[in-house]
Design a protein around this ligand. Sequence first.
Ligand SMILES: [Zn+2]
Length: 465
Amino acid sequence: MEKKSKQINQNKMEKLVALLKRRGFIFPSSDIYGGIQAAYDYGPLGVELKNNIKRAWWKRFVQSKLDMVGLDAAIIMHPKVWEASGHVKNFTDPLVDCKKCKKRFRADHLLPANAKSPGYDKEKPFFVSDYQCPDCGGELTEVRQFNLMFQTFMGPLQEDAAKVYLRPETAGGIFVNFKNVVDSMRLRVPFGIGQIGKAFRNEITVENFIFRTREFEQMEVEYFVHPREWEKYFNEWLEIMKGWCKFLGIKDSNLHLQEIPESERAFYSQRTIDFEYDYPFGRKELYGLAYRTDYDLKQHQKFSGQSLEYTDPLTKEKYIPHIIEPSLGVDRSVLVVLLEAYTEIIGGRTTTTEATKELEVVLSLPYELAPVKIAILPLAKKESLVVMAKKIAQDLGNNYAVQYDETGSIGRRYRRQDEIGTPYCLTIDFDTITDQAVTVRDRDSMQQERVAIKDLDNFFKLKFN
Ligand SMILES: [Zn+2]
């Protein structure tokens, strides 16, 4: 049974990845050169979906909240930022190489890989000499620490003094702007700063499509509180994040909130909750919520020599604010939205002979996230219909993402729109010329109704609100 479900899941991932390429959502990066490991490009529909997710997040986490402001910090920052944050010293993975087959492994990953061997005892301390290459059984090198930050050089000289990093997380840009934001925006604690942006980690192991890539995008909030109030705001953000998961269409049964025990938390964090998701490749991390105390601002105060103390304008109390951090990945959000929306209908939903397939795929995306909201389909490539259809597409295009499509049979065109998650298809037929009405088809119920062209605006306003 377990073996079978594993296979179904693997197939689901493969089928989804193939669909996303075929329908213009996600392509392997540099595809004509054979691709590059674990890098992906968002195609015409993928960029719409991704932008819709980012817009929805910004609206919910930043714009609609009176105590939130936004920021867009530079990717390349002063290298001292990453000394202060501990990334230069500690953002490392332990590496070992196989002397025989030259493969490279994360030392900590060898433990589970060897767990099945007789004599394995997970309580024992880790000695590389006790382990062999899980691939060929060869001897392993000593453990070396490998820093996960991408390095480059600023300016014309490739020397240590010019060394900079691509940011490994977006949070750093928020911490170092705390003072600028307080001074310029007249905000009183508690308040937060939200940011969406790219981050880079030179991961040793990349895996599972867009789940773990070396270049990725984050949506992060750093919320500044008085230390007495951290629990209250931690719980508030927890609820906001749960609501976000619901909005994305994540089923409760696929989502698991893990309270991270003290022994596994970062030393400065007093509470961390991981949002884990049941991906087809196993239960893994989706989002995180952490209470980071005053660690970040204290570190940056120490390394910059600038006071990051906050003075409450009413009570005149001086203190370093504490931080609650809801951290969400854009690419993982895209992945879970697609996994939740991907629906196969064995045997198909339609009975029209030409379009009947053994298997139909519908992407049941939330309306707000669908890359195309309305497809405009003239029944035939006759000029009278095409002219009307294009006029309707132009008009609706002012308010909605529309796609005009006149190629192939109507059944085939419906299938294509179902596969990309378009909520409504609008068909212009020969009756349209006389009755000035069109047929609107609902993606999920497949119900069709006749709507007058002049009422379309109102019709969709109701549907999409
Ligand atoms: Zn080996």
